[in-house]
Design a binder for this molecule. Structure first.
Ligand SMILES: Nc1nc2c(ncn2[C@@H]2O[C@H](COP(=O)(O)OP(=O)(O)OP(=O)(O)O)[C@@H](O)[C@H]2O)c(=O)[nH]1
Ligand SMILES: [Mg+2]
Length: 606
């Protein structure tokens, strides 16, 4: 099965289009029927058949005069990855689960809940209105959840002239391309849900896409782990509790146990239904209804169900996270930059899967690193980003990837800020790994004592009674004394600054004092907190840029898995053993190398 999700501005004809495609009215709530407006998710199913591979690409252009001009379709097709051209044999049945979403900005959180598990999206734009605010916002939600493929349906073409519908088709294609890239757009189809014009055309395009997606899935190994965010819950007399959702990856089977998170309760799957039929097992992606055993803590929309993961870093559940925030593309220029909204921190809403939480986002040093905390526990796979929505509004501010879960105090945060500043724009998995490595239990050091922890053991001495987090401004504008200290440290180069006690300091690599005028310890601590100076151990400091240059020189022409000899590092850096060991500890902390007994193995390159 593939899951197709609708998106688009309020009243642009999403529900009418689902009805025209499937015969099902997804507006099931009395309130929805009364207002003629979707407020929550709606579900329908559609069965199509795989077209002839060569016919598929042309199908969308021929059925109606309002179909996309030939150039757009063929351009999109030409841009496709050759692997995607493989299709299922002609006539293969294609089951498509359809998710309808509300278009009104008030229900944007429900829209996000419908947007996260899709194989294919159908972005609906009405020909009379054209591209509107929620067309843009919904497109950005789809882009936040990593949507790789979409069809643009320009609806209500019966209400406008041919010129107007073509203009909206062109404009929608251009805007969607700006957000997703032209290769992501499978086609743009003009339709009238009321008169049926273009519907067959659209079905042909959906079928061609579905057949490709299914074929690509057959060729790739299925992941063992599957997960599902609950989107509907109800009780069936004599059967018990039924929960519905979109299963992603993996297989769920009757009598198997799954974990419900938050809470970690283990539940038994008593029955599975999909497309109206009882079955013994199901593999994702699929719309499923699960009959589950009784829970102690209850079950709520937004809860995550998953099989025991192979490693614990696959899922997060908690109230506090360190996140990497990514801005999303716009098709129009935004009034305010999203990073401006984030800069001050404050209330924000985070939505992931079908879950949503209001929380606080606070800069953790420099963009893109932040801390997100919410009052109520939130569970999600580490592969799913949080969609950030401006609190109380509908604006999608960006997406956030969790890299660490857990409560942190002021000192730990400061240390994490230092670590993250050193990581720059690292990918979320790399950052998560570096943090894990930094907080893992430490081995003994070379001299048999406890290994000096350059980051997490070092308590900054400055403004210890301040309870404030570092602000971005702290980092950007250096006070004159810090500027001076930074210059000294930079000029010292390989000659790290060593404090023999809190008063005396030397620039040294070999024990020889280099220059008399040395920065005060408190300035060095401030620079460390800002990520500009890096502590190698409690008393030894180096400029971040010097460290980066030296690490690059050490790892040059080497590869992951190779052994790094102390002698080599001494030779390249010119450090004596006294300095080379703290330097290597720092590299280990930053996950460039790992210790295996006495050996140091390279993990990654710069
Ligand atoms: N003339 C014409 N009217 C249409 C067409 N599609 C939908 N409509 C009408 O437009 C109105 C809104 O349609 P819906 O399908 O409810 O729109 P929606 O996008 O689901 O709206 P929300 O769920 O509230 O976001 C209804 O009155 C429909 O009858 C069409 O192709 N042509
Ligand atoms: Mg609707």
């Amino acid at each position: 099965m593939i899951v197709l999700g609708l998106a688009g501005h309020v009243d642009h004809g999403k529900t009418a289009l689902v009805r025209a495609l499937t015969g099902i009215d997804t507006d099931r709530l009395p309130e929805e029927k009364a207002r003629g407006m979707t407020t929550d998710l709606g579900f329908a199913a559609l069965r199509l058949f795989a077209p002839r591979a060569s016919a598929a690409e042309g199908a969308a252009q021929e059925a109606t005069p309002h179909a996309r001009p030939r150039t757009f379709i063929s351009q999109a097709a030409a841009n496709q990855d050759p692997a995607r051209r493989d299709s299922l044999p002609e006539g293969s049945p294609l089951d498509i689960g359809v998710i309808d979403v509300p278009g009104h900005e008030r229900y944007i959180r429900n829209m996000v809940a419908g947007a996260w598990s899709l194989d294919l999206a159908l972005l609906v734009v009405a020909a009379d209105d054209g591209w509107m605010e929620q067309s843009e916002n919904h497109a950005r939600v789809l882009s936040a959840t990593g949507m790789a493929r979409l069809i643009v349906a320009v609806t209500k073409i019966d209400k406008v002239s041919r010129e107007r519908s073509e203009e909206v088709e062109q404009d929608s294609f251009r805007r969607a391309s700006t957000i997703f890239g032209a290769q992501a757009i499978a086609g743009v189809v003009g339709i009238s849900a009321l008169h049926g014009e273009g519907i067959e055309n659209l079905k042909a395009l959906i079928a061609a896409e579905a057949a490709r997606i299914e074929a690509a899935r057959l060729g790739s190994p299925r992941s063992r782990e599957g997960f599902l965010f609950i989107d509907r819950i109800f009780s069936k007399p004599g059967v018990g509790r039924i929960v519905c959702g979109s299963l992603v990856g993996g297989t769920f089977a009757v009598e198997e146990e799954v974990i419900q998170s938050p809470g970690g309760e283990i539940l038994r799957i008593k029955g599975i239904e999909s497309l109206g039929k009882a079955i013994s097992s199901i593999s994702g992606t699929a719309r499923v209804a699960l009959n589950i055993s009784k829970t102690k803590a209850g079950t709520a929309r937004g809860d995550l169900l998953y099989k025991a993961p192979r490693n614990s870093s696959q899922y997060y559940s908690g109230r506090e996270f360190i996140v990497k925030v990514e801005e999303l593309p716009y098709s129009t220029s935004p009034v305010t930059k999203d990073s401006e909204i984030l800069k001050k921190g404050g209330e924000i809403e985070a939505a992931v899967g079908t879950a949503g939480r209001i929380g606080k986002i606070i800069p953790l040093g420099n963009h893109p690193w932040y801390r997100f905390s919410c009052a109520e526990e939130l569970a999600f796979p580490s592969s799913s980003p949080l969609v950030l929505i401006r609190h109380g509004g509908a604006r999608i501010v960006g997406r956030a990837w969790a890299v660490f879960e857990g409560k942190t105090d002021r000192i730990a945060r400061r240390k994490l800020a230092i670590l993250l500043a050193g990581l720059g724009n690292a990918s979320p998995p790399d950052a998560a790994e570096a943090i894990r490595a930094a907080i893992a239990p430490q081995p003994q050091n070379d001299s048999g004592g406890r290994r000096g922890d350059p980051i997490l053991d070092r308590v900054p001495t400055e403004d210890s009674n301040s309870d404030q987090d570092l602000t971005i401004d702290d980092r950007v504008v250096l006070e004159p004394s810090l500027k001076k200290a930074e210059k000294r440290l930079r000029e010292a180069g390989r000659h790290c600054i060593e404090y023999q006690n809190t008063v005396n300091a030397n620039f040294r690599t070999t024990g020889k004092a280099q220059t008399p005028a040395l920065p005060p310890r408190k300035d060095l601590d401030r620079l460390c907190a800002l990520g500009i100076a890096l502590p190698l151990d409690r008393n030894l400091f180096i400029h971040r840029d010097t460290y980066t240059t030296l690490v690059a020189a050490i790892l040059k022409n080497r590869g992951p898995g190779q052994i790094l000899e102390i002698g080599t590092v001494k030779e390249i850096t010119g450090f004596s053993r006294k300095f080379v060991i703290p330097f290597l500890h720092r590299m280990e902390r930053d996950a460039y190398i790992k210790r295996e007994g006495e050996r140091r193995i390279i993990l990654k390159l710069v």
